[in-house]
Design a protein around this ligand. Sequence first.
Ligand SMILES: C[S@@+](CC[C@H](N)C(=O)[O-])C[C@H]1O[C@@H](n2cnc3c(N)ncnc32)[C@H](O)[C@@H]1O
Length: 236
Amino acid sequence: MKRATLEKRPDEVAAMFDEVAPKYDIVNDVLSMGQTRRWRRLVVDAVGARPGSRVLDLAAGTGTSSEPYADAGVSVVACDFSLGMLKVGKRRRPDIDFVAGDATNLPFEDNSFDATTISFGLRNVNEPKKALAEMLRVTKPGGKLVIAEFSSPVVPLWRTMYTEYLMRALPPIARKVASNPDAYVYLAESIRAWPNQDELAAWIAAEGWESVAYRNLSGGIVAIHRAVKPAEAAGA
Ligand SMILES: C[S@@+](CC[C@H](N)C(=O)[O-])C[C@H]1O[C@@H](n2cnc3c(N)ncnc32)[C@H](O)[C@@H]1O
């Protein structure tokens, strides 16, 4: 398996993440020039979970996005379908509840989480709209959804510079630091193919979430989308 194609066959995506798992976090830090740490802090602020509440961190990978919740006394479930990523996470943070599961068919009961969040994962899911519906199902009425994902820089010059970075600079850097550089070609291509901020907001609303809003980080390189499950959503 070299790299997942943009058809995002689930077995290929899982195999690709199994392969990058050992160096995933360090490579992330290098390629984002340290920005991921700031982005992650802002995601945690948006979730605003209190000690004792229950949060689902979907597509949690090695659990880096789940750690701040566990550290704050929040009961976090880190769910992912790459056993390689989960294994690296469990070794590092045995105290976190890692669960194997597919975002499009979650192994959780209806209305079981106060908040559901997914960081840099939704773009990799083969049927992202189905995942948005599943996240709605497992979130309690009135509960929150927070999505962090790469997006579209809003200023045209910044967008051009960023696209150049993605398509030209990132692959050679990835060849130096990553165990599977092809995974980072997939990363660049999948970011370019992903819907912009408003399109993603429309997808979220279409699956039944309300009060959908987003904020741009780093000029729109990343966007954090927020939404709430309607209080009276029946059965969902
Ligand atoms: C880029 S990593 C993000 C990991 C973590 N959330 C973070 O912020 O570092 C994307 C993760 O999405 C997971 N993923 C992709 N499709 C999935 C699916 N259908 N169900 C569950 N996990 C999935 C991959 O296995 C991978 O671990």
